[in-house]
Write a protein that binds this ligand. Sequence first.
Ligand SMILES: *[C@@H]1O[C@H](CO)[C@@H](O)[C@H](O)[C@H]1NC(C)=O
Ligand SMILES: *[C@@H]1O[C@H](CO)[C@@H](O)[C@H](O)[C@H]1NC(C)=O
Length: 413
Amino acid sequence: MKPVIVLLVSVAWASTGAQYYYQGLIDYLENRLLAIEDRMVLWHEQSHRYHTEMLDFKKLTAEMVDSAGKEHHYLRLDLGTAGARVERAERELDYRESMTSPRACVHPADKVLEQGVWHTGTRRRTQKEEEEQEEEEEAGEWEEVRSEVSDCVNIISSIRSVKILKQVGGPKGLWLRDPRSSKVYVFNGTTGDTVHQFDSLLDLSRPSGSNHSSSRDVRLPSPWSGAGGAVYNDYLYYVHRGSDRELRVVKYDLLKGLAADATMLPVDGPAPVYTLNPETAADLAADEQALWLLYAVGEDEPNVHLARMDPDTLDIEQLWDTRCPRENAEAAFVACGTVYVVYNTRLASRSRVQCVFDVNDVVVSEEAPLLYFPRKYGAHASLKYNAAEKQLYAWDDGYQILYRLNTKRKLLV
Ligand SMILES: *[C@@H]1O[C@H](CO)[C@@H](O)[C@H](O)[C@H]1NC(C)=O
Ligand SMILES: *[C@@H]1O[C@H](CO)[C@@H](O)[C@H](O)[C@H]1NC(C)=O
């Protein structure tokens, strides 16, 4: 600003003739310049003030952000300790559960109902009749069955590991692997006529967008009902519920692509075999020994019943009342002639094996496992045992889960 004034003043002096003439103008200009200078000083002061205010504000916000960050940190620490506390409480609960729960009940197979004939009536035997029959059985064909399956010396003792393989389906369904062909089958839903077949577990676990060149759809001649299918040695067995409400077990030849056989189950109107999965009226399990059928005799009969079927002809060879209640059961599986019934609560909690039935009558109460399944998503819609791999194929709320199991030798009596 100053040099401008000096310039103007010197210009004014240079033209001395016009000195007086211009004096007024110079005064005027000087005044204007002074006023401008004043205003500029004012602006400067103002901008300085604003700047300081802004600095203060920045400092303030920085402090606030800082304290918020600290609070967040403390909050996270609090959450962390709360999480640890919840975990500890859960562990304690687990411990209490395992301390206070009774061991799984074992019902020895001392009640062979009938041989080769369906027990259709709901008549219960008297104590005396049962005793008589037991005596007969002990003397008769019972020994035969025991020796036939006596190579089955293991009992499931604990769950070794859990693997979540995939989520491919709706809330309910079943999946399993044929122990003979190693192919994997997925029954999505509790009814349908298309089963997905995969060459291996790897093929199933591939992301769904990729090229499933080894998967194919198997169209069954009639829809399955419930989560009760089984596959063994390229034969697929499923339960079909006709329009007449009759239940049939259908044997489907996967290689030839046609129904090989079917047999009707004369039950007194289908009732759910596991009350927590009411869509399943009958459940099949195939292993190296037989085709096992778990079913409910009728609404009034409270227990899960077991039938041993010939996998070739579907003839029923033997029947048992497992005395494991259907109430609050969600699934069951058969391993080595032993039925393990898995229970839960209506509001899904942790599944557990709470009832064991051994057709060979060698599992004694003391060695019955108390198996608690780790809680994953919802509840099990199905559990299928693969004896060759010693693992369970579970369907939990659309997820395909593998439970690897530990086994131990039965205390042979
Ligand atoms: C399985 O069924 C559900 C409906 O229950 C459907 O949404 C889903 O797409 C099906 N998945 C496959 C792989 O078929
Ligand atoms: C899927 O695989 C088949 C044979 O392996 C091939 O012919 C086809 O082009 C592949 N499709 C895609 C989308 O990669």
